[in-house]
Structure formats: structure tokens, C-alpha cells
Design a protein around this ligand. Sequence first.
Ligand code: MZP
Length: 501
Amino acid sequence: AYYFKEASHTFGEYLLVPGYSSDKCIPANVSLRTPLVKFAKGEEPKISLNIPMTSAIMQAVSNDTMAIALAKEGGISFIYGSQTIEEQAAMVSRVKNYKSGFVSSDSNIMPSTTLGEVLALKQKTGHSTMAVTEDGTPTGKLVGIVTSRDYRISRMTLDTKVETFMTPFSKLIYADAETTTLSMANDLIWQHKLNMLPLVDKNQRLRYMVFRKDYTDNKEHSLELTDKNKRYLVGAGINTRDYAERVPALLKAGADVLCIDSSEGFSEWQRITLKYIHENFGEDVKVGAGNVVDKEGFRFLAEAGADFIKVGIGGGSICITRETKGIGRGQATAVIDVAEARDEYYKETGIYIPICSDGGIVHDYHMTLALAMGADFLMLGRYFSRFDESPTNKVRINGTYLKEYWGEGSNRARNWQRYDLGGDKKLSFEEGVDSYVPYAGPLHDNVMLSLSKMRSTMCNCGSLNLAEFRDKAKLTLVSATSIVEGGSHDVILKDKFRGND
Ligand code: MZP
């Protein structure tokens, strides 16, 4: 037998040691943009995410409602595959056909986005103007407009409320998108000597910008900031059995990316599946594979053609694989090892294959640690299952609100394909549990909070983007005693006394 030299560790056993933060290191300047699929040196990945979060390929997590909510934030869901092909394709298609209130693709821009990045997007989309919202979401407050005029590029900072939207002439005027026609808008523009006029809907959300005739090219413009053509990114899980039928149905429904969902990815079944998909549907169809926990597993899937590789066995909150089968590896060690393999592969071939840390995230800071250790993005099950948007029941037990959350390898999900080694089409024994998680409210609020912690930590480590963070991060293992030191200790929490009042 081969023995790994060191024990494998998980996130809770590590801490980050701060590095020098310059005065540029403020959370608003941090970009969390990350590649989702592989790309060659010097090229752009075909799909990137604005935040490094994906939701798990699970019945209790990723349906169409979750996918829309997460895409709005800049992440992506992988719709669960343990349902019929028709049902799964219908979910994908509901996401793709969802009419969003999003302020167009350009609105997915946060103040942290650099001017250069906005300009590149402007060029790509052909828009003369772009809206920048406070948190990069359609419903976020408008904080800036990037526009080009006389070949000069400027970024205007606006008052944060649409009601007090400032035009270049500091006029405080806006109009109702429901009742104002384009010609009425133009009249208003001339009457009030404006350069542009924002139109808002009844919820005061910005819907259109109307520009003065000579503003850029002597033509009248109205930019619809809801850009009805916008379609959210969505992924879908597949398995190593019915891919010949499932993949075309998902692609037809509009899936942007696929992922082989398996508890153990270092297998010939995955190689055959990847080969079939790329040969029959072309290299443009992007497929992730996994899960693996060491360099050898990474190399195998990289050579088999995976577009991204998921890391993690046995670390999921609902997972009992380590107890039932005795396989797995501490999640932090697995990520560190596989990230090294990814970097070696990149050096050798010039191909960067993003890796995803899947499972085992308990606290928000674990996400940040996983990214520091080399993950390009994260897959989260328990985290998202707690939100309003997850597909499960909300129940009240002993005065506490909870949501149901169950594993794909539990008797409830019976996703035998995920554990398939050839042979019987059934789940021979359970590898997951059926459980409750504390209900946590809407996805948007929670994701914003988690990301703001992530951005702060990155600033403490002197990093403004994820690649820089991976390079600069300094990590230390901590002893069991110092873990105790990390929580509140040697004080009596006031909460404990409430019952005795
Ligand atoms: P977590 O975020 O709840 O800790 O873990 C979610 C991950 O656990 C999933 O993305 C998947 O890789 C894994 N999973 C899903 N079902 C099971 C199971 O039943 C499982 N054992 O391990």
C-alpha cells in the first residue's frame, strides 16, 4: 500500500495570516470573478462567474428557482440530474426563458469592477452606456454610469438612490417607465436641459435610460436596462449511464455547461462519458467531471478532457461515504494537492483547468480558505439548502424554523447513478442522510453577507482578485487549543441568561 506522508486536514484546522494591505485594498475594489471552464494561456475562458459560488447538483438544492436566484448574484446552479430527462430539461428551459428584471448583462457590474473591464464589456455588447449597481445585481442600487462621449471615457458616480439620480447637470429628475413614451422623454430632456433621463418602474427600479440626441452620435437612444434578451447562465448534472439521451435534451433546453455528478470520478466511466460528449457534440459543449481528491485523479480527468474538475470525497455535510466505505480525504488537503496538480498541468501544457472545492463548507470563512488554497470556485449544498429558494419544505420544530436537506446517496434521493460502478441499477447501501438545516432566509441577503466577509479577508491578505489571493495567501495549521481560543471564551454569554430572567 502507498501511504501519504502527512495527515489530511480540513478547513477548520487552518487560518490565514494577514499580509500587507495597501490603501487600494478596500472591499469595493475586490473582484471575485473566476473562470468556470478551461482555457489556454492568453485566452479568455468561454464561461466565467462573477462570484465563485455554484450550488450543488442535488434534489434538495438546485432546481430552477435556485438557479435563477443564484445566477442573479453572478454564480451558477447545476440542476440536479436525479430526475427524468424531461423534468430536468424543463427546469433548464424555465431558467433560460425566465424574463428577468435584470439591468442587462452590463448591470452585472459592481463598483469593484475596473473601468477597463466595463469598457471591454461595453465594446462587446455595443452599448454606449452601462449601469453599475452597488452589489452587481439588478435590484441593487445604482451607483455609477460608465459612458463614452467625444471619445473620452468617464465614470460618473451617482447618488445611491434612483430618486436622487444626478444627471451631469445635477438635475434631480426621473420619469415613470410605464407611462413615459420615448418622445415624451425626449421633450423632458430638452425642456430640462438634461443629457440623459432615467426612467424607473413603479418599484423605483431603473428600467431605461434615454439619451439626448447629440449625446454620442447624434442619434436618439433609449437603452432598455431590463435587456429582455438576457438569459441566465445555468448548468446541469449528468451521469455516466444515460448521457447519450440526457445531454442532447439538456443542450436543446439551453444548458450552458454540464457536470458529471459522481461521488468518485477517477474512473473509466467518466473518461468514456467525456469522450462521447466531446466527439458527438463538439468541444464547445463544456463538461466538468469529478470528484477526485489527489493529483493522480486530477491528471486522469484533465487528460480525459474535463473542462473543470471537482474536488472532494466524503466531506459533504450529509455524506457518510467515509463511514460506510472508508474512502475520502480531508477537504483542505485534497484542494491543496489538486490545486498543485492544476498548476503543474498549466505550466506543462498552457491549459488552465479550473478546480471546484465541493462539499464540507460549514462557515463562511471556509469558503475563503478554500479559495486561498487554490480552488477556483466552490460547490455548496448545505449552504444553499437553508434559503427560501431551495426546493425543500420549511418546517417549524420546537419554535425553530428549519429546512429539509438530504443527500443524493440517501434512501430519499436514491441517486444510484452517482455511485454507479457498473452492475445493478440500484442503490445497494446508503451513503447519505436525510436531515434538517436551520432556515436562513433569502439567498440574496446571505450571499451578500458571505461575499462581504470574503472580500474583507482578501483585503487583509493584500489581494484584489482571486488569482492574487492564491499567490499571496499565507496559511497556518492551528492546534486544537488555538481553535478554542478562536471562539469567544472565558466569558459568560448574555444569551445564556435570557431564560432565567
Ligand atoms: P455540503 O455543501 O452540504 O457540505 O456538501 C454538498 C456536496 O456533498 C455535494 O455537492 C455533493 O458532492 C456531496 N453529496 C451529495 N449527496 C451526498 C450523499 O448523499 C454527497 N452522500 O456526499
